[in-house]
Ligand binder design. Structure first.
Ligand code: TYD
Length: 392
């Protein structure tokens, strides 16, 4: 693996701090990103043990956003119409935002974070609070294989991909369909989305890399949909090679062509990206320094894991941002890791009290701008750092 980007010492992105722990030393790791020239995988170099990240206090809930709710709902309608599955497994079922659209008898969730698994167990959806593995696949599918396996924004969090796909291969029926959805590396590199990298996001996948991994397991992509979630994602439709029901669509060739044209198979592309990231840091810091000089009231909006990477890499702390607003109850009255900025319970932005908000949840820009239309109408502004830092 060739390292191409160093995002410095970083704390665990979802380890929000309680006030009483503010003076304790935080665990940090060096966030470096590398490119594997053999299989085209882009990944973080130093990983953190999964038990430290996915435990019974995992704060992220997919249902927090209307955008995500709608995206999952629309997909379930399509799945029912196109594949009409009898038995579905969801790997990384989170708070059930996808699962709940199906009949209880037809779907099983797998969610290692106990606080989240409990939410779907409570409403009688069968949910295994375990990490996805071959052992678990054998337990769930000894009698009947799944005709659909779905996993969104989860595989990028799992180090041992071989184990994952071995288990998927075991659990999936001969003519079954695997749907994977994850942020697109092409979008990430094109739009200088360096905050897609943090301790939990071990990989950001390209189609060319995923194709290589799947080949080892006799799996192949037969369709790709580009989606808008998380700043641009890909939804991959995958089948076993022996399944000849589905023909490989032109979308697969098209996506691969786009990736190769952009150079996702070449290290020079990533080195260029790293140079852009450095410039982005200087520019963002400069914006904050100017705002400070002008004594503007600056807050943060959406205390995301992504913000953790940006704030710690750019060394933006509570001298630049007074506090963050967030809608997630777990995060309220805690502090962002590393930067130690307080997170307050969300209130609609008021131009009389706030001049400008750093958009930590930039991936929900449209949803947020709709919500804050009065703030914007009254001259309120936002700072966004992708594709380059600016005030809007
Ligand atoms: P998200 O960007 O999905 O993930 P990550 O933490 O993986 O980078 O997190 C969105 C966060 O933004 C979440 O904490 C909820 C918050 N949020 C708001 O506070 N207000 C909003 O209107 C939206 C859409 C999100």
């Amino acid at each position: 693996m060739i390292k191409f980007l160093d995002l410095g010492l970083q704390p665990l992105a979802n380890s929000y701090l309680k006030k009483k722990n503010l003076n304790l030393k935080e665990k940090k790791f060096n966030l470096e990103i590398g490119f594997n020239q053999k299989n085209y995988l882009v990944s973080i170099v130093n990983t953190v043990p999964k038990e430290k990240m996915f435990n019974n206090e995992y704060p992220y809930k997919s249902s927090e956003s209307k955008t995500m709710q709608k995206s999952f709902k629309d997909l379930t309608v399509k799945i029912k119409k196109k594949f009409n599955p009898n038995f579905i497994i969801e790997i990384g079922s989170n708070d059930g935002v996808f699962l709940k659209n199906f009949n209880r008898k037809s779907i099983i969730g797998v969610e290692p974070c106990k606080n989240l698994a409990r939410l779907t167990q409570k409403i009688n959806y069968k949910t295994y609070s375990k990490y996805w593995s071959l052992k678990l696949a054998k337990k769930i599918t000894t009698k009947t294989k799944a005709d659909l396996i779905y996993s969104a924004n989860t595989l990028s969090h799992i180090k041992n991909l071989d184990e994952i796909f071995r288990a998927i291969n075991y659990a999936l029926s001969k003519n079954g369909v695997l749907i994977l959805e994850d942020p697109s590396l092409l979008k990430c590199i094109k739009n200088v989305v360096y905050d897609q990298f943090y301790c939990e996001h071990i990989y950001v996948f390209s189609t060319i890399a995923l194709k290589k991994i799947l080949e080892k397991f006799d799996l192949e992509i037969f369709d790709i949909h580009n989606t808008k979630t998380h700043g641009g994602s890909n939804r991959y439709f995958i089948k076993k090679k022996i399944n000849d029901i589905y023909k490989i669509k032109g979308s697969v060739k098209k996506e691969i062509k786009k990736e190769l044209k952009f150079g996702l198979h070449k290290i020079s592309t990533y080195k260029k990206f790293a140079r852009k990231v450095k410039k982005s840091k200087e520019k963002l810091l400069n914006i904050f320094q100017i705002l400070k000089r002008k004594k503007m009231k600056v807050i943060g909006y959406g205390a995301t894991a992504k913000s953790c990477t940006v704030l710690n890499y750019c060394k933006i702390g509570n001298t630049f941002i007074d506090f963050f607003y967030d809608t997630t109850s777990y995060k309220i009255n805690k502090y962002l890791p590393g930067s130690k900025i307080l997170i307050k319970k969300y209130k609609k932005l008021n131009k009389d009290k706030i001049d400008i908000a750093f958009l930590g949840a930039w991936n929900f820009k449209e949803e947020i701008f709709k919500k804050e239309k009065n703030f914007i109408k009254n001259g309120g502004k936002f700072i966004i750092h992708v594709p380059y830092p600016k005030i809007i």
